[in-house]
Design a protein around this ligand. Structure first.
Ligand code: GLU
Length: 498
């Protein structure tokens, strides 16, 4: 049975790189009718961030990457949380101690530091010198009885380790690639390497998929599997995510956590599709993949060896594609939180009614119409509620310069005449007929009959309704605003001109 796991550490909000690892683990497992598990690697108490574990769950749930064996699916065993598995690690380390494959080290941090500095000064790689290996039985008994603080170290084998890597071919790690590294720290918690391999073994993980930064740890892991006499899983190390300047993607390059992308209004479909192609290619020019298509197409053979550049323009393009594929009702629900957080509307006691900051009632229909107008233009859900774009729909009176009402070289009298005529025509239109189609017919008929240019009517009318240099066409806007608000805005424009 193929079993994969992602094993994020809750040291910060879930990184997009972790989401990519989880996606690849998920796809490979699902493609092979296997299982995808989640493990929280929280043994480094100094780096633990409160809220980070919850953020991992929330990010995976948002992305629809549900793990098997966990609360989301009601499984019995998961998710696996390392801080709750100390007994397992203690039992395993005892085996190694008893077999002489691990030993207690009582060296003080000061001694280790001095040793490190000395090695550095000589240009040598820093490594433990094995001092505590030569402690006599009596010394050990006395030290342990005195409860002297200590760590447990692995006795690294003096041999070359080799691994056949799917992407990189044979990897050889010469003797001395790792020193006698720590397994259990003085606080009693295991280090990453130890807990990681013990868990992968007991969780029956067949394929470890993780970031390239762990490649250099491989000899330690291979040596540990060997010491326990366990078969090791396959290891797949993914290339780094790179910024546009080809450096490792970091906070300095902008958003790196999944929650940042959720907040900006990226859809899970888009973010997953985008990260799918950061490190893997389908071998064709197909770029858009549904989750089912991803599962179908994914394979390790098509993983890229080199780092993948995080290109936000591509993500925006994919996001607009997935936004356009949704219906208005879905987009209404998805964009509602953004209208609220932008401060354009606030909830009322009536769940189908909102209010603007100035107290004007806003219905679901009103918001859906805005969503309908913007759907083809936006890149992100937050764009639906971008005040620079749609603020005029929620404002009571508009602030703009009178000059904006003039199309090309129009005279004031002409602008006044056209806006006055538009007002007359709008006034005559019944509320029930106040639709974009009807308004367009009415106004454009008058424009044609009078012989004025379209722009001479459309431009001033549009500016009067929106106060903006660029905006949707006036009939779409009028349809949303409704008759009284349109008339009030035309009055406001005429006042500016007279
Ligand atoms: N906790 C490690 C990380 O966050 C997991 C590495 C692994 O998958 O082995 O990268």
């Amino acid at each position: 049975m193929i079993r994969t796991r992602s094993a994020p550490s809750p040291t910060g909000f879930m990184h997009v790189g972790n989401l990519r690892t989880s996606l690849y683990c998920y796809l490979f497992a699902k493609k092979n009718k296997g299982q995808y598990l989640l493990r929280i690697e929280d043994t480094d108490q100094t780096r633990f961030m409160p809220g980070a574990t919850e953020d991992i769950y929330a990010s995976l749930r948002w992305a629809g990457l549900l793990y098997d064996e966990g609360p989301d699916v009601g499984g019995p065993n998961g998710p696996y949380i390392q801080s709750q598995r100390s007994e397992i690690y203690n039992a395993e380390v005892s085996k190694l101690l008893n077999e002489g494959k691990a030993y207690r080290c009582f060296c003080s941090p000061q001694r280790l530091e001095a040793m490190r500095e000395e090695q550095q000064a000589k240009g040598e790689a820093s490594r433990y010198d094995g001092k505590c290996l030569s402690l006599s039985k009596e010394e050990l008994i006395t030290l342990e009885a005195s409860k002297a603080p200590h760590v447990i170290r692995f006795r690294m084998s003096e041999k070359e380790y080799k691994y056949m890597d799917i992407m990189r071919g044979e990897l050889a790690f010469p003797v001395g690639s790792a020193d006698d590294f720590v397994l259990i720290k003085s606080d009693g918690f295991p280090v990453y390497h130890f807990a990681n391999i013990v868990d992968d073994h007991y969780m029956k993980i067949s394929h470890v998929i993780r970031g390239e930064e762990w490649l250099s740890s491989l000899p330690k892991h291979l040596a540990l599997y060997e010491a326990f006499g366990w078969n090791h899983p396959e290891f797949i190390h993914l290339p780094l995510l790179l910024s546009k300047t080809k450096k490792k993607l970091s906070k300095r390059d902008g958003d790196v956590s999944v929650r940042d992308y959720i907040a900006k209004g990226y859809l899970p479909e888009a973010l997953l599709n985008f990260i799918l192609l950061l490190g893997w290619n389908p071998g064709t020019d197909k770029e858009l993949f549904t989750k089912e298509e991803m599962i179908e197409a994914f394979s390790f053979e098509r993983l890229n060896k080199s780092g993948a550049v995080f290109d936000l323009e591509k993500l925006d393009w994919m996001n607009s594609h997935y936004i356009r594929g949704k219906n208005i009702s879905e987009l209404f629900s998805l964009s509602l939180p953004y209208f609220e957080s932008a401060g354009l509307i606030v909830k009322t006691e009536d769940p189908s009614l909102w209010k603007t900051a100035a107290g004007r009632n806003i219905s679901r229909n009103y918001l859906e119409k805005i969503v309908g107008i913007e759907k083809e233009r936006v890149k992100k859900l937050s764009d639906f509620a971008d005040t620079d774009r749609v603020g005029f729909f929620f404002a009571d009176s508009l602030v703009y310069e009178k000059d904006l009402l003039f199309w090309k070289k129009m005279e004031t009298a002409q602008v006044v005449q056209n806006l006055t005529q538009a007002k007359i025509l709008l006034e005559k239109t019944l509320e029930t007929e106040f639709t974009k189609e009807h308004l367009r017919d009415t106004i454009m008929r008058w424009t044609a009959e009078t012989g004025i240019k379209n722009g001479e009517m459309l431009w001033p009318l549009r500016v009067a309704l929106t106060g903006m240099k660029a905006s949707p066409d006036p009939f779409e806007v009028a349809d949303v605003l409704d008759k009284p608000m349109c008339l009030a805005r035309l009055d406001q424009a005429l006042e500016k001109l007279t």
